[in-house]
Design a binder for this molecule. Sequence first.
Ligand code: ADP
Length: 343
Amino acid sequence: MVKVTILGASGGVGQPLSLLLKLNKHITELALYDIKPVEGISKDLSHINTNSECTGFKDSEIGEALHGSDIVLIPAGVPRRPGMSRDDLFKINAKIVKSLVGATGKFAPDARILIISNPVNSMVPIAVETLKMMGKFQAGKVMGVTMLDLVRAETFLVDFLGLQDSSKKKGLDKGAMDKNITVIGGHSGNTIVPLFLNREFSDALGSQHYGEFIHRVQFGGDEIVKAKNGEGSATLSMALAGYKFTEEILKSIVHEKSQVATIPAFVYLPGVLNGKKVQDKLGKDLEYFALPVNLTNGCVTSVDDKILDHLSSKETQLVKVAVSELIVNIEKGKKFVLGAAKL
Ligand code: ADP
């Protein structure tokens, strides 16, 4: 029996994410919640011939939507539009995430909480601090979903290799490139650090394409904001990435998969076994970082810190830039909760 709740299920990410989750055989109950009506969406999904029960909950029914939930996904918020500053986005989404995480702490205190709302680098600290203040924080249960960066890295890497030599693209499976590349750090711009697990591929790119590839992964979201021309940001690819991440959590809960660090997530370092090791390597002030995670029962127990011992000089430089930006983003999130508490 696994119950999954989506907070923000009517949105551009929420709807396709709900559809993908409806197809997962491990889920028995799918609860959709949004401040916008979700009845139509839940009714529509409930006609799909998979065995999970799909129910929509109104604005006032958040307690029921969350009650007994094992996994809570939060894509709620506003998407980034052209002309909108990151600060505008921060202020709106910070309030939404704080209130939804507060409700989760109250009604589903044991749930794993997957944060999709942006900016993830600040929203995850908001979630953790909110739960800490309620006395409900459980280490390893709050995860920032950075999976879209890995999905993009896998796609763009094969495309760039194809530009070099079209025969190289043949036989490469975009969906299986996570053996060759991962993405660590944070989930916006310069904080996103693609890491090559297989040097053959970075060498094959050459220095010019390497730089272009890194930039495309870091700023891939902007391509979508521009192409959607005022209608929002990544929704379908984000939903797929959120689903892929949730699928791993589900596999871990139902013990279909043993502990192996493959997917990255943005986590609170002092809350994981070897988090201190990561801080020793990257900086004592750094409280959050995305690395491939080890999962037990759908919770993060440790991260792959060894990956940090084999960085190239370019990757070392990228990590350094990411860490300094992350510290600012994290502080901003923490202040939003702790500053408000002091008032
Ligand atoms: P995105 O493209 O990021 O999914 P949308 O605006 O399409 O952005 O979707 C965000 C969803 O979050 C909307 O359906 C909106 O109603 C929902 N939402 C906003 N605030 C809340 C809230 N406090 N609780 C639940 N859902 C919310």
